[in-house]
Every structure is written in structure tokens, then in C-alpha cells.
Design a protein around this ligand. Sequence first.
Ligand code: ZN
Ligand code: ZN
Length: 272
Amino acid sequence: MAEEMLIRISAFLGVLGLMAFGEVLIPRRHLTTSKARRWVANLSIVVIDAAAVRLLFTAGAVGASMLAAERHWGVLNHLSWPNWLELVLAVVALDLVLYLQHVMFHAVPLLWRVHMMHHADLDCDVTTGLRFHPVEVVLSMLIKVSAIAVLGPSPQAVLSFEVLLNATAMFNHSNVRLPATMDRCLRWIVVTPDMHRIHHSILPRETNTNFGFNLPWWDRLLGTYRLQPNDGHERMTLGLTQFRDPARLTLTGMLLLPFTGRPGDYPLSHDR
Ligand SMILES: [Zn+2]
Ligand SMILES: [Zn+2]
């Protein structure tokens, strides 16, 4: 347990520090609002999310995989394939579940209300990758625990997936400029900042693309991939049309957003 926490915290702080440094050194876009205010709000959300998950899911997703192994739940707990193969399969399968969950949070108006807090950020940087409403984080955990019960991955596979996801979410939300060739090559194996930024576009037809957080394949295979934003990365507007006032996006404002904010034209099911 202590070792698990150490792995999580060192990976989190390491990637956060690295990307934050990269954003200062080689920024991709000029920030449009106060970085200090956004960072205070976004990092406060991280603390609230962590507390909510600890409180409701004491043993977390790793604990769920241990329980599944003990009770012989899940496909992988009935197979004796090599550990490395089960780990790769579990990471890929959990990533597909996450992609489908993300599409669902855009498609269902009620879920979009919860997810829109992530999209309401007026700039996109490393902390945006950590900014999810506590209700979304709790629902995500319920989906993940259910997927673990069906799949039966090892605790190592679940920990690897969670650490990897946390790291890639910070990487692909970061405001770091990568050389075009590097971006093109990386896009075959991981979602890059230029790929995910399109998902934060103010234009609904761009917001509803590039749903992947970790592996870029699902968007390409399932028809939601977009190569570049219409207005280019430097000129495109980020955020949502209905939330343009930074003064409303305080910590309290963000937590209240699903209940007080208008969902706008974003849900996929909205008539246009
Ligand atoms: Zn989204
Ligand atoms: Zn995002």
C-alpha cells in the first residue's frame, strides 16, 4: 500500500513538474487568463477528487482487482496467460472502456453537465488534465470497478493503467510545443497535446472529436479522429461558448457548474 502510494505520487509530481517546466520553456499558445488563478482552482479540485475517491472507494481500483482475483471474477482470472500479455491486454481494454465512457459523457446531456467543467477551462495546460468534477471522478471509478470485475486484471495491471493514464492526461493537456515531426510520430502510440487540444475547441464539431486520453487508436478506428483544428493551434479558441467569464470559474463556481450552468449546444444528442 505504501509502495503503491509512493509510485503514484512520484509519477504524478514528476510528470507535473516536467510538463510545467516545458510549458514555460517551449509554450504552444499564449495563455488568455491568469495562470495563478486557474492553477489554484484546478489543483484544489485534485485534492477534493482524491478525498472523494479515498472516502468512497477505500481500497481503490487496485483493491477491486484484488477482490476480483480472490473471488475468481473476470475473464483474465480464469486464464493462465503470461503476466506481460495479461498486463498489455488489460491496459488496452481499460483504455477502450475509458474512451467509450468519454464519448458517453459527451452524448448524454446529464453526463455532459458533469463533464463540461473539464471543458470550461479557458486555457489548456497540464492542470486541465487533472480538472474533473468530483461527481465525474466517482462515476468513472464505478465504471472502472465494474470493468475490473468483468475483465479480472491483475493489481499490477490496474496500477500501471492508472499511473499511465494520469501521466498521459497531464502530457496531452500540456501547453508544450512539440516539433511537427515528433507530434506526427507520437500520434501513432499516444495522444499528443496537439491532438487533444482540438477536443477543447469552442466549436462543438471539434469538441466532439479526439476523445482518447491515452491510446490514440480508438478515435482513428471508431471515426472520431480529427487531424488539426480549423483555425490552427495558436488562433483557435478554447473553452465553451456559455462560460467566457474567468471570474465565474472559481473553485465554487466550477463545483456548481453542473447544477447552475447551461449545457449549450455541445451534447452529441442536441438537435442542430
Ligand atoms: Zn471531453
Ligand atoms: Zn481534456
